[in-house]
Design a protein around this ligand. Structure first.
Ligand code: ADE
Ligand code: ZN
Length: 337
């Protein structure tokens, strides 16, 4: 292992873009299917993995929503989240801000509380037993109506203290941020922060909308910002973070190969870029593999890795004191190199 690879593994980092439903490994999918007496249309985990050949975002989402159907009980959501957090520990993730998609579950008559409580308990256990801090972000499914988003938003209000922000995910093209302006207004007036997927498959204009209409603190993906120079300037000047997910972008054909990815250029331009895993069970790698894939394509330097890790802490929703603690820990690791 070269010294950059060791640094990538060892450096404390935050993950800011990971869908908990996207961490469902085929082995656990089988275990939960058996526990819940569900018949999967696959013979074994390897067959599931072979089905993960995506051509775009929608081709992935179809399989992903089907996979989530094995999640039925609070224990299932706990087990899913606990498995991710143990994997995160191995990657030296010190803080994670995970997304969950309640509508994927409430649509199947699984209650909001079942999903929320299972996930929340695992996050609390990880704080105590794995030394990982966390926040939870509720994502609205943008292919559904704003009225639907309002319904789930109302279900979330009794659990408000356990959710830091609302976000927007699912099929981007044809579902612009403006469609959700009123529900995001309502969320902000209840004290939620906001983020949004934008500029993954959708145009740069959707990033403008996410910033101006939804007042997003971060943009999830955002890689198509380069189609608008004024937007790139704004992202740089205001240091609005982009939560980039390199392996996801290749798997979903946003870029043809990692060499074609614009992450290194964005980093060089001085934007606040972070590296994240998105749906690691589906895209072939957790956060460390995402850093490593970028390193292999672009020969990242020590300074690049430290910058990316520090960006992840600075872009998080931690308070300043917690940020300082983690930034000091990064410096300690770098000083022992
Ligand atoms: N849901 C899970 N992963 C997603 C992605 N990459 N884009 C939009 N919605 C998602
Ligand atoms: Zn995502």
């Amino acid at each position: 292992m070269d010294h950059i690879e060791k640094l990538i593994r060892d450096i404390p980092k935050a993950e800011l873009h990971c869908h908990i439903e996207g961490t469902l490994e085929p082995e656990l999918m089988f275990e939960l299917a058996s526990r819940n007496k569900i018949k999967l249309p696959f013979a074994n985990p390897d067959e599931i993995r072979r089905a993960y050949a995506f051509t775009n975002l929608q081709s992935f989402l179809d399989i992903y929503y089907q996979g989530a159907d094995v999640l039925r009980t609070e224990q299932d959501f706990y087990d899913l989240t606990w498995a991710y957090l143990n994997r995160a520990r191995e990657d030296n993730i010190c803080h994670t801000e995970i997304f969950f998609d309640p509508q994927t579950h409430t649509q199947r008559n699984i209650s909001f509380a079942t999903a929320l409580n299972g996930i929340h308990h695992a996050l609390e256990d990880a704080r105590k037993k794995l030394n990982i801090s966390s926040h939870l972000i509720l994502c609205f499914l943008r292919h559904l109506s704003e009225e639907d988003a309002f319904t789930v938003f109302k279900q979330a209000l009794p659990f408000k203290e356990k959710i830091i922000a609302v976000g927007l995910d699912s099929g981007e093209a044809g579902n612009p941020p403006e469609k959700f302006k009123r529900v995001f207004d309502a969320a902000r007036s209840e004290g939620f922060l906001t983020v949004a997927h934008a500029g993954e498959e959708g145009p740069a204009n959707y990033i403008w909308q996410a910033l101006e209409l939804l007042e997003a603190s971060r943009i999830d993906h955002g890689v198509r910002c380069t189609e608008d120079e004024a937007l790139v300037t704004l992202l740089k000047e205001k240091q609005i973070p982009l939560t980039v997910c390199p392996l996801s972008n290749i798997k979903l054909c946003v870029f043809k190969t990692m060499h074609d990815h614009n992450i290194k250029k964005l980093l060089e331009k001085g934007l606040c870029i972070t590296i994240n895993s998105d749906d690691p069970a589906y895209f072939g790698g957790y956060i460390t593999e995402n850093y490593l894939a970028c390193h292999r394509a672009f020969k990242l330097t020590t300074d690049d890795i430290v910058q990316l890790a520090k960006n992840s802490i600075n872009a998080s929703f931690l308070d300043n004191e917690q940020k300082t603690t983690y930034l000091n820990r990064i410096n300690q690791v770098v000083n022992t190199l």
